[in-house]
Design a protein around this ligand. Structure first.
Ligand SMILES: *Cc1c(COP(=O)(O)O)cnc(C)c1O
Length: 418
């Protein structure tokens, strides 16, 4: 299996392992497989979620140096359940049973275990730099904690992350260090960029959501979940996906292209309307983000769009395959309340975008809303709406009770290397 850049016209190929270690293609594009493989005939659900995901990922590593390590990597990375919740006859796919209670755990963990194995083989070391305003940093820190040959530096802006998010960024020791930067999130991002450009520093890498190693697990859980759904109901489901940088939904498109039983894919965005507007007008106009209650989706220039454009290059094919609807903050709040009143089920603000879109735009009987995070992570928004406390789930509990440690630094990247 060979990989190309979304910006190349062919000619330069990369292995899956190279794509994972590089993150971004040399020409600045994103790595995509030369052709999407088909799901193996032998695909089976009988050996559990992690094994189904392994089978879905395997063809992407055909001939790769990690091919024979893949089963073990998947077993280690996908060590938590991927259940459906059924309420009022409708299903929600809960992707939040990983250590930081959001779907990003799948990708971050697969990336960490893959990188560890590759570096072990090559006897090299890497330092991962992550600038975060919340969720991503926690998932990456947790996934890379105690992975050999790897260390992580997490940068976050002082006073601007929620208390529970802060715990997830600072509760680490050993190979993970966190830095509370005297500045904004933009300062954190700038420091990371400057560090990458400093030629006296080597062995730096990133763990962005555009990394192939984060995308493949997101493809794999759609293969698994859609197959479970089809087996259970005998029908293909419409998948509704809360989206920001569209990494999660790109995984769903790849799964569908492989032959996974997905009827269609509908994106739910918050008030950041770049994609719904593109579908409506035919003009793609990335823009600054606006702040919403579903803050992990506050994206005005979705970083994985190049992959969707590679799959659906013109507006006609894009419209034929991608549906997207925007949900306002008022609708998010009303939907969290509505769902709780109906069945007692509590959903996070991101998942609420998906549920609103299902209720307003999906007429099919068979549909699945993808739940991207546990509502306890957004307790300050959700608890007043449902009128009671939300218990911290067991998986998140562990991180919440570590001893926070971080270094406070001025917004200059040299401070990261002292
Ligand atoms: C990252 C994130 C999203 C958005 O996913 P994308 O892959 O960026 O589209 C949605 N919900 C939650 C909780 C997230 O952390």
């Amino acid at each position: 299996m060979r990989y190309i850049s979304t910006r190349s016209n062919g000619g330069e190929w990369f292995s899956a392992s190279d794509a994972i270690l590089k993150g971004l293609a040399p020409d600045g594009g994103l790595f995509i497989p030369e052709g999407i493989p088909q799901l193996p005939e032998s695909f089976t659900l009988t050996k559990g979620a992690w094994y189904a995901m392994y089978q879905a990922i395997k063809p992407y590593f055909e001939g790769d140096e990690l091919e024979n390590d893949l089963e073990k990597i998947c077993h280690s990375a996908f060590s938590f359940p991927v259940p459906f919740h059924t309420a009022g006859g409708k299903d929600t796919l809960e992707l939040y049973f990983g250590p930081t209670a959001a779907f990003k755990d799948f990708g971050a963990r697969f990336l960490a275990f893959s990188m560890e194995r590759l570096l072990e083989k090559r006897n090299e070391n890497l330092t991962i730099l992550v600038a975060t305003s919340g969720d991503t940093g926690g998932a990456v820190a947790s996934a890379f904690h105690n992975r050999k040959h790897l260390s992580v530096k997490v940068l976050f802006p002082e006073g601007r992350v929620a208390q529970r998010q802060r715990m997830q960024l600072t509760g680490w020791d050993g190979n993970v260090s966190s830095y509370e930067v005297e500045g904004s999130f933009d300062d954190c991002q700038r420091m990371v960029k400057e560090a990458f450009m400093d030629s006296s520093l080597s062995g730096l890498s990133s763990a962005n959501s555009i990394n192939l190693g984060r995308l493949l697990p997101q493809m794999a859980y759609y293969v698994y979940a859609s197959s479970v759904y089809k087996l259970r109901y005998g029908e293909e489901a419409v998948f509704v996906i809360p989206s920001g940088n569209v990494g999660n939904s790109t995984g769903a498109y790849w799964a569908k292209a492989m032959g996974a039983p997905i009827k269609r894919i509908v994106l739910a965005t918050n008030a950041n309307r770049t994609i719904p507007d593109y579908i409506e007008t035919g003009n793609y106009e990335p823009r600054p983000s606006v702040k919403t209650l579903a803050n992990a989706m506050d994206v005005g220039a979705p970083s994985n769009m190049e992959r969707l454009f590679a799959a659906f290059p013109d507006i006609e094919s894009f419209r034929a395959n991608v549906e997207a609807y925007s949900v306002s903050d008022d609708e998010i709040m009303a939907t969290i309340r509505e769902v709780h009143d109906e069945s007692g089920y509590v959903i996070c603000p991101h998942t609420a975008c998906g549920e609103r879109v299902r209720r307003d735009h999906v007429s099919e009987e068979h549909s699945v809303v993808v739940s991207t995070a546990h509502p306890a992570k957004f307790n300050d928004i959700v608890e007043p709406l449902v009128g009671h406390e939300i218990a911290i789930p067991e998986n998140l509990y562990e991180i919440m009770h570590k001893t926070p440690q971080s270094k406070r630094i001025a917004a200059d990247y040299h401070n990261l290397f002292q």
